[in-house]
Design a protein around this ligand. Structure first.
Ligand SMILES: [Zn+2]
Length: 311
């Protein structure tokens, strides 16, 4: 219970002071997973690291109070400064270090909608929480609609936008040479049912499409970094996609049969998937799927071309 509450607080904490208190005990653990690529685990979203002769680039940066510890952990792998930060999406447990790193000269790169959402006050309806606009130094300075590639450390790091998934600004990050794929929060691995942030333009169909896109990019030996949870395999991502498709299908069938959310919940469509009691409970996930299907994004994920859009 205590760790559950702590996890919730770390992910969702509204008060910076409270977050700081919880974060004071967080240690950053480094796992090298391929030549020139490592993962950093701490609190908040998993950080991907590209290192080598051209310097460091990271994918997401957790919370501001952790920046010094994150930089110390990176220095154990490569003492060079962080040149680039790629944000997989705008959520504060993935972008909280942006301001610190931007002030130190890192170039922040993200989808157009990440900058748009970070530039204005946001309301996370699932958490009943307002998030103020970020300071200028925290905002992405290089933005893109479809994707962008960083040619670094002998690899091509391909950043691919996936529409209306966990949010409306998600990207997958694929190290094409090292065969590593960071899925951002389109993939929650073993820690919880996924969070589909409908108030940020997310949708269940977009999360499924993102998983399918990840499966297209990956092969049997790809190391897959989820937004939250341990490093995974393609087979793990297949199982996750299949779970999403199964639960979505059951909820859609209930809607078609004119069942209410309560009636659909009573059939426990997510019950067979054992999941630690992470911050999204089965009932919450079923509700998100239900609301997503009842009120899909204006542009279907498949129909999304190159155009950035806001809701
Ligand atoms: Zn997120």
């Amino acid at each position: 219970m205590r760790s559950k509450l702590l996890g919730l607080a770390l992910l969702l904490s509204a008060a910076p002071a409270a977050a700081q208190q919880d974060l004071s005990k967080v240690e950053i653990r480094v796992e090298r997973i391929a030549p020139g690529v490592a993962v950093l685990f701490g609190a908040g979203g998993n950080i991907g690291l590209s290192y080598g002769e051209d310097g460091n680039a990271i994918v997401d940066d957790q919370f501001a109070p952790l920046t010094d510890r994150i930089l110390a952990a990176i220095a154990t792998v490569d003492p060079d400064p962080v040149r680039f930060v790629i944000n997989t999406h705008w959520h504060f447990d993935h972008t909280g270090g942006n301001e610190n790193l931007g002030k130190r000269g890192a170039v922040i790169v993200a989808h157009d909608n990440v900058r748009a959402r970070m530039s204005t006050e946001q309301f996370l309806s699932a958490m009943n929480r307002r998030v103020p606009p970020s300071p200028k130094e925290a905002l992405p300075v290089v933005t893109f609609a479809d994707g962008v590639s960083l040619h670094l450390n002998g690899d091509r790091v391909h950043v691919v936008h996936v529409a209306d998934a966990h949010t409306d600004g998600d990207s997958l990050v694929h190290w094409q040479g090292a065969n590593v794929l960071h899925m951002g929060d389109t993939f929650f691995h073993r820690v919880s049912f996924p969070f589909v942030d409908l108030s940020s333009g997310g949708s269940i169909d977009g999360v499924i499409a993102a998983a399918n896109r990840g499966l297209e990019l990956a092969n049997a030996s790809t190391r897959i970094i989820p937004g939250h949870g341990p490093v995974a395999t393609r087979q793990n991502l297949v199982a996750y996609r299949d779970m999403l498709v199964d639960i979505r299908g059951k909820v859609a069938a209930g809607i078609k049969a004119n069942r209410t959310l309560a009636q659909i919940r009573a059939t426990a469509p997510a019950a067979r998937y054992g999941m630690p009691s992470g911050f999204i409970k089965p009932d919450q996930f079923v509700e998100a799927v239900y609301n997503s299907l009842r009120n899909p994004p204006k542009q279907a994920p498949q129909a999304q071309g190159g155009k950035p859009h806001r809701h």
